[in-house]
Design a protein around this ligand. Structure first.
Ligand SMILES: *[C@@H]1O[C@H](CO)[C@@H](O)[C@H](O)[C@H]1NC(C)=O
Ligand SMILES: *[C@@H]1O[C@H](CO)[C@@H](O)[C@H](O)[C@H]1NC(C)=O
Ligand SMILES: *[C@@H]1O[C@H](CO)[C@@H](O)[C@H](O)[C@H]1NC(C)=O
Ligand SMILES: *[C@@H]1O[C@H](CO)[C@@H](O)[C@H](O)[C@H]1NC(C)=O
Ligand SMILES: *[C@@H]1O[C@H](CO)[C@@H](O)[C@H](O)[C@H]1NC(C)=O
Ligand SMILES: CC(=O)N[C@H]1CO[C@H](CO)[C@@H](O)[C@@H]1O
Ligand SMILES: CC(=O)N[C@H]1CO[C@H](CO)[C@@H](O)[C@@H]1O
Length: 509
């Protein structure tokens, strides 16, 4: 991947004379087909390098170069070059190569920095895991074999990664050292050659390059059609075309109550006023798959990973795994009805508890394979949402935007998708995505409803899972991850967004 010295030297041995003696630059962006008459030029030896003046739109001879915009708005200029034996082409190539090399150097260097960072992260994780194992060993009764199996798996994975990193790392330093030497040599070479440039061929060429750029600018300012490729969406931004793929799942851990607590939800609290906050919540249901009586908060992912500094709360009581946390409040379906409730996470007080109008409840229209989740809260960049079904919708998914303070319904959309046939849903940028089960190892994001446009349609994005049933899915707008409760395991997925703005749905329902 790096340049060889032999190649560089060969450039030196095959110097010849400059092939071109003059260049005429014109912009061809003008739509009129009027003939462009280039300025007449005579080859002469130019004076020593002088600083290059701004190219104005007025004709302005300088070092026998003229630049102008003609009556048709065409940018044009011409320059004469002296005939000389100076190997300008080759020097230029050397300069480009030097530039390439220094770019490669930068790239390799940033890689090394990244590896160093990664290694320290893994070291920390390993230390934390060791602590976890020690804790478990001391208190062996409350942990199952599975906990150990899970940890062993994680340690193994990390070990593999560290080995991989180290190999890459060694390769990189080698390459970097070589690159460094080559760049130094190249720079010296170019400098030496430049002193031999009696006729300022190089400076003229640079001026031509500058002119070419000016021409480009001139054209760009005329057409004002500058199609820039949009950068990937910033955290919390909706300047993308929706979900197009999803990563493999990362197993974060088993929920704190253990393997028997297969039902529930987890996520990271989102607050538009405090987007940086890292407050994680875990809300397993009782083993009846229905009652939510306890939840747990962690102030960081690190704490969650090692089950430390947890704050446990009891509530009386919620129902199902549709829970979400938003603006320091927990939102739940209240037990045995269509009431929805808001619980202050600082005080654990229920501050609002009111009916969700028309909502079906108590397992009337829950999700496929998941009971008691007739009412499912979701959070995205824009709002707090509640997903449910009504008798009027005959079980089809109804999406309502809520006032997160009062829990009043602000707006409602009725879809054509039957709720009990989807396994779960999440919302990103006002677009609802629904999943269904393909088999025991794979789920599929198969349906969307865009509340911004009222359009709905089908997708086919496979989503791997660790256990059979997806109990709940929650999205966090800042890290753009999904938080999935998978039969007791807490999973994380990264979403991949289309860079192009959303195109019209091709497959309307
Ligand atoms: C510099 O790199 C670009 C792209 O990597 C390549 O197309 C070009 O040929 C290289 N130039 C030289 C002089 O090596
Ligand atoms: C760089 O130049 C030094 C001396 O000028 C030479 O010893 C060395 O081999 C050169 N290395 C490369 C990679 O060009
Ligand atoms: C989607 O992501 C998966 C997992 O990262 C990858 O294997 C797959 O190639 C991706 N598919 C597309 C269409 O980009
Ligand atoms: C929760 O309660 C605390 C203490 O009473 C209060 O300061 C805070 O504003 C409340 N938070 C919300 C989101 O209502
Ligand atoms: C939400 O409800 C609160 C309290 O009733 C009210 O002050 C606020 O204006 C409402 N916001 C919206 C967007 O309706
Ligand atoms: C500055 C300079 O070299 N000007 C020359 C440009 O070319 C004309 C002939 O076209 C000469 O007369 C100038 O001396
Ligand atoms: C017990 C233990 O070592 N916990 C550490 C886990 O990692 C975090 C940082 O990521 C440390 O702050 C904890 O002390």
């Amino acid at each position: 991947m790096c340049y060889r010295l032999a190649f560089l030297l060969s450039l030196l041995f095959c110097f010849g004379s400059v092939s071109r003696t003059s260049e005429i630059l014109t912009s061809t962006s003008s739509l009129e087909s009027a003939p462009v008459s280039p300025q007449v030029t005579t080859p002469v030896v130019p004076p020593r390098a002088t600083s290059w003046a701004e190219v104005s739109t007025v004709s302005r001879p300088f070092s026998n170069f003229t630049g102008s915009v003609d009556s048709h708005g065409t940018c044009q200029c011409s320059v004469s070059l002296p005939d000389t034996t100076f190997p300008a082409d080759r020097v230029e190539r050397l300069e480009f190569t030097a530039h390439n090399l220094s770019q490669k150097f930068e790239k390799e260097f940033s890689k090394v920095k990244e590896y160093v960072k990664l290694i320290s992260v893994y070291e920390k994780k390993l230390r934390n895991l060791t602590v976890r194992v020690e804790v478990m060993e001391k208190d062996s009764i409350s942990y199952t074999e599975l906990d150990f199996a899970l940890i062993k798996l994680e340690v193994n994975e990390m070990h593999k990664l560290v080995i991989q990193l180290r190999e890459n790392f060694v390769g990189s330093t080698d390459v970097i050292e070589k690159l460094e030497v080559e760049i130094r040599n190249m720079t010296l070479l170019v400098e030496k050659l430049e002193t031999l440039d009696q006729n300022n061929v190089l400076s003229i060429r640079r001026q031509i390059l500058a002119l070419k750029n000016k021409l480009k600018e001139c054209e760009a300012s005329k057409s004002e059609l500058v199609p820039a490729t949009p950068p990937p969406p910033a955290p919390g931004s909706c300047s993308h075309g929706g979900v197009v793929n999803i990563s493999a799942p990362a197993v974060v851990q088993l929920n704190w109550l253990g393997f028997n607590y297969k039902y529930g939800a987890w996520g990271r609290e989102y607050s538009p006023q405090h987007p940086e906050r890292t407050l994680y919540w875990v809300a397993p249901l009782n083993s009846d798959a229905r009652a939510l009586e306890a939840y747990r908060l962690y102030n960081s992912l690190d704490n969650l990973l090692i089950y430390s500094h947890a704050r446990d709360y009891r509530i009386r009581y919620g129902q199902g795994g549709g829970t979400v946390a938003y603006n320091n409040n927990l939102y739940v379906n209240w037990y045995n009805g269509r009431n929805i409730a808001k619980i202050n996470l600082t005080t654990n007080e229920v501050t609002v508890n009111r009916p969700l109008p028309m909502a079906a409840y108590n397992n009337r229209f829950s999700y496929a394979n998941v009971n008691w989740q007739d009412i499912d809260f979701d959070v995205d960049e824009q709002a707090l949402w509640v997903i449910y079904a009504t008798e009027a919708s005959t079980g089809n998914i109804v999406i309502s935007k809520l006032n997160d303070t009062s829990l009043e319904v602000l707006d409602t959309w009725v879809t054509k998708q039957y709720k009990p046939s989807v396994s779960n849903v999440f919302v990103v940028c006002g677009v609802l995505y629904a999943t269904r089960t393909l088999n025991t190892k794979t789920e599929e994001i198969f349906y969307y409803y865009d509340t911004n446009t009222g359009k709905e349609g089908y997708l086919a994005i496979p989503m791997r899972k660790m256990q059979e049933r997806i109990q709940s899915i929650n999205y966090h707008p800042i890290d753009q991850k999904l938080y999935v409760y998978n039969d007791g395991y807490l999973l994380n997925y990264n979403l991949v967004f289309s860079r192009e703005p959303r195109q019209p749905a091709s497959m309307l329902v």
